[in-house]
Write a protein that binds this ligand. Structure first.
Ligand SMILES: Nc1ncnc2c1ncn2[C@@H]1O[C@H](COP(=O)(O)OP(=O)(O)OP(=O)(O)O)[C@@H](O)[C@H]1O
Ligand SMILES: [Mg+2]
Length: 242
């Protein structure tokens, strides 16, 4: 087994050493799709364990010898982002079988959020327009810090309402880029969020204000990128027979 445990969380060593056991015994399943996330209580605190799907053979080899596993990248990138922008990173662990990656886990602090940005994008939240504006501000802050979340989708932004304002945190951070962003990088980052132009307009208008750019032009460009993305996705699905 290969693992890293954050210095602040050394008291969690027994949890990391027996991660599979703790994961299996938890009955609080947060999310179950390709990967599975469960909440585990340990020493009176709640943590989220993300168990990654075991990749196909080629990637089991690649994640061993050519690139870091998703579990390690989640841990490294969360540390790089810092606790202000994502749930606090606690540890990751990887196990191997016959020299190939087998099970891998990423542990973070459980973040008690109110809803994901999905509920705002689909207007379930009554004051959605206000939260969308603040979300534009949050995204602008990420971009100004040279951060590109390459999986910026509705389930990956957690929202918590506080007296001081709305708090946003990103999850699913194994695909990040840290670099100066071009305008195209910035606008393309919004394409997976919504198919609704009016919703996009609320976000982009505020983003354009922060960039001191022309609102109509930025919106037109973002919609063009979004349509390009949707067409490409539709074509991919068609080729796969979905
Ligand atoms: N630290 C955390 N605190 C609270 N909730 C979390 C935390 N991490 C993840 N979640 C919840 O779990 C959900 C799924 O997490 P994540 O996005 O990392 O998985 P995923 O890779 O999208 O899974 P899949 O690809 O299988 O759909 C999030 O949308 C969020 O609701
Ligand atoms: Mg996700």
């Amino acid at each position: 087994m290969n693992y890293e445990l954050h210095p602040h969380y050394q008291h969690l060593r027994p949890l990391v050493d027996n991660i599979e056991h703790y994961f299996q015994q938890s009955s609080v399943v947060l999310h179950q799709a390709r990967n599975e996330l469960r909440v585990v209580e340990f020493a009176d605190e709640a943590y989220v364990i993300k168990a990654f799907k075991i990749p196909h053979l080629i990637n089991r080899f690649a994640y061993c010898y050519l690139r870091h596993s998703k579990a390690k990248r989640s841990y490294d990138y969360s540390l790089k982002l810092g606790a202000e922008l994502c749930p606090e990173a606690v540890a990751y662990s990887e196990s191997y079988k016959k020299g190939l990656l087998d099970k891998s886990y990423y542990i973070s602090r459980h973040f008690q959020y109110d809803y994901t940005i999905r509920s705002v994008l689909n207007h379930t939240i009554e004051h959605y327009a206000d939260v969308l504006q603040q979300f534009a501000g949050f995204t602008f802050k990420l971009h100004e810090k040279d951060i590109l979340h390459r999986d910026y989708s509705p389930g990956n932004v957690l929202v918590k309402e506080q007296e001081e304002g709305v708090l946003f945190k990103v999850v699913d951070v194994n695909r990040m880029q840290f670099k100066k962003l071009t305008l195209k990088d910035r606008l393309f980052n919004f394409v997976r969020l919504t198919e609704d132009d009016r919703t996009l307009q609320i976000i982009i208008s505020h983003y354009a204000e922060l960039m001191q750019a022309d609102k109509a032009q930025l919106l037109q460009q973002t919609i063009a990128y979004r349509d390009q993305y949707l067409n490409k996705r539709a074509l991919k699905n068609k080729l796969r027979g979905r």
